[in-house]
Design a protein around this ligand. Structure first.
Ligand code: ATP
Ligand code: MG
Length: 283
């Protein structure tokens, strides 16, 4: 804060204190000047610090968001490529298998829509910073997920099924696309784990239960089970024990479930394999 002329400038606080004579007439002022350079510097540092913090957390959120978009788009994109390749082979047959090409094209359309849904829901999350509030039927959502992953499971010789509750369960409130992502991530992991399990039946079962006021979805697999040390660390971002894993699936699942007022955790099943449980408050 110095001038070219060598004079130093200081931020100051100036007060005028009126001097009155005994009849109450103001006949002068005391001018009190406080040097407030320390306070001003501290305030500027604080503002700068807060701006930096806001920037850092925005960048961190964007980074996580980018990772989660990459993760969620990977599955529909692989489905599109696989179906397009299958369509090509079916057309090369003599005679071409036109019916099956039609199915491949339907699957491509469905995967493309799903990719669009993922982007729409991420965008909504960014804009409003909140989740959509609708009544969601979890058993119906689980059936959608088993349909979506049907060919993935068959390809890995894994039997995938849903065990519905006998008496039905409450709806939950939330964003159906995000909740579907949670189930997709859990079931994909379970199918992956089951395909590496020891001999015997390879299976993944999605079970839906009413637990008091809450609804629980349990995804149980016949895979090798959880690592014995702290299974909760699997939910941290970028933790993956798979060679090709990004390690975002469970981190995304946890942040979605918690944004819905629910809980998600993992344990080992009674007969080997892992069980991932999600509990959400009923509507
Ligand atoms: N059902 C399961 N059985 C055993 N281990 C599991 C199971 N589900 C997840 N895990 C372990 O937790 C790790 C983290 O899972 P997460 O879904 O977060 O990441 P990922 O599947 O490795 O990669 P991606 O980001 O592609 O989903 C996995 O790498 C795996 O080691
Ligand atoms: Mg995963």
């Amino acid at each position: 804060m110095s001038d070219p002329g060598g004079m130093r400038r200081l931020p100051v606080d100036v007060s005028l204190v009126p001097q009155e004579d005994e009849t109450g007439v103001v006949n002068g002022f005391f001018v009190v000047v406080f040097d407030v350079s320390r306070e001003v510097a501290a305030r500027e540092a604080d503002l700068r610090h807060r701006a930096e913090l806001a920037h850092v957390s925005r960048v961190a959120t964007l980074g996580e968001l980018a990772a989660s978009i990459a993760h969620e788009l990977n599955q529909p994109l692989s489905a599109i490529v696989a179906n397009a390749q299958a369509g090509r082979r079916l057309l090369d047959r003599v005679p071409p298998d036109v019916d099956e090409v039609g199915h491949a094209l339907d699957d491509i359309t469905e995967a493309g829509r799903r990719a669009g849904d993922v982007i729409a829901s991420m965008r909504a999350l960014l804009q409003r910073g909140e989740v959509r509030d609708e009544r969601v039927d979890l058993p119906a959502l689980a059936r959608d997920v088993t349909d979506l992953l049907h060919s993935e499971a068959i390809g890995r010789s894994v039997a995938l099924r849903t065990e519905g509750p006998a008496g039905g369960v409450s709806d939950v409130l939330g964003d159906p696309i995000q909740l579907k992502q949670v189930l997709l991530n859990l079931v994909m992991n379970a199918v992956e784990a089951a395909s590496h399990g020891a001999g015997g039946e390879r299976s993944v079962v999605i079970e839906i239960l009413q637990r008091g006021p809450e609804v629980e979805v349990a995804v149980r697999d016949s895979g090798p089970g959880l690592p014995s040390d702290d299974p909760d660390r699997l939910f941290a971002p970028f933790v993956s024990l798979r060679r090709d894993g990004l390690g975002m699936g469970l981190a995304i699942a946890r942040s979605i479930v918690e944004a819905h007022g629910g809980r998600i955790w993992a344990e080992n099943g009674d007969d080997g394999g892992a069980v991932f449980r999600v509990r959400l408050p009923g509507a």
